[in-house]
Design a protein around this ligand. Structure first.
Ligand code: APR
Length: 310
């Protein structure tokens, strides 16, 4: 690695361009944007570079339709693929996005054999599993963004409900990034106080439901695409934790090898993110009910992975 870290973002659409924007605003490194659309990654890279003088960053930005420019990346974020339209679930994207992500990963892995891959394309957990297999990378270097976004949504709703700062709110969401995700109110707190002490059960239940439906709520509003500001912000938190070796505990889609009773599958759990990638899977005690919900969620991920014959 040179003096500056190198970040490649594949897919220069809504999420990818926002990842590039947030990353250079934090001066996390130089950024290569890749997309199949001619001119789009080049144009967005140039536009973002020209925001640098105003927003005080010196990161270099390059756009490309190929992978030569990506060689030697420290981190590759993959957002390439189709986004949801109203009425679609994330799972509806499975086969088309598997084709795209599979092809992207092969090219990325060949050019940047030491990179850490962060997957964003949906259906998330299945795409991470696919990327891990296609790359041949160790599981520590292939990880998916989902839990930070899901818990950021939960945190937003909790803060609004209690009229407190979002900064005071931590939230815990486990499981796959889909309808079966498992928000854990017991471990979700306001200034350290569990929300189970602050809110009645029916209000918590309503916020949990809204969180699980958080992506669909935005798809229904936007009509022609899915959420991207919060997904990009969540992704950049992972990029920063890795490049700065922060050892930050964050919920991510990580490879389970027996933890939480799941073996050989990517599912959302708390992990420690540092310069080596997923440095530890954090196991927390679950109640029987929470464990059952987690197993159900892992089962839903397993079904998709089986459909892809991985
Ligand atoms: N290689 C590179 N880029 C590709 C490829 C490919 N093979 N196929 C598609 N793309 C690009 C598209 O050209 C488009 O610019 O991926 C980009 C996707 O951008 P958007 O359509 O704006 O979608 P976005 O909202 O960014 O979501 C991307 O992230 O959150 C998930 O569910 C979401 O799977 C979706 C992904």
């Amino acid at each position: 690695m040179g003096a500056r870290a190198k970040l490649t973002v594949v897919g220069a659409g809504n999420v990818g361009a926002s990842v590039a924007q947030y990353a250079v605003e934090k001066e996390l490194g130089d950024v290569v944007l890749v997309d199949v659309l001619e001119g789009i990654p080049q144009g967005k890279a140039l536009d973002l570079a020209q925001a640098g003088p105003v927003h005080h960053y010196d990161s270099r930005l390059v756009g490309s339709n190929g992978y030569d420019e990506t060689a030697g990346s420290d981190i590759v974020v993959i957002t390439a693929g189709l986004a949801r339209k109203p009425g679609m679930t994330r799972d509806d994207l499975l086969f088309k996005n598997a084709e795209i992500v599979g092809a992207v990963v092969e090219q990325v892995a060949a050019k940047s054999p030491e990179a850490i891959l962060i997957l964003v394309t949906n259906p998330l957990d299945a795409m991470v599993q696919l990327a891990w297999q296609k790359s041949g990378f160790p599981p520590q270097r292939v990880v998916g963004m989902a839990g930070i976004l899901d818990s950021a949504r939960f945190r937003t709703f909790i803060a609004q409900e209690l009229a407190v700062s979002v900064e005071n709110v931590t939230a815990f969401v486990l499981g796959g990034h889909g309808d079966t995700m498992v928000p854990l109110p017991r471990y979700s707190t306001v200034a350290g106080i569990p929300i189970t002490d602050l809110l009645p059960a029916d209000r918590i239940e309503a916020l949990v439901k809204r969180t699980a439906n958080g992506g669909a709520e935005i798809v229904a509003l936007l009509k022609s695409g899915s959420a991207y500001y919060a997904p990009a912000a969540a992704t950049v938190e992972m990029v920063e934790a890795i490049l700065k070796d922060k050892k930050k505990i964050l919920p991510c889609a990580a490879y389970l090898d027996g933890q939480y009773g799941v073996k050989g599958l990517y599912v959302g759990v708390p992990v420690k993110l540092g310069r080596s990638g997923v440095e530890q899977i954090i196991e927390i005690k679950l109640t029987a009910e929470e464990q059952a919900a987690f197993q159900k969620s892992a089962g839903a991920v397993r079904e998709l992975v089986d459909k892809l014959k991985l």
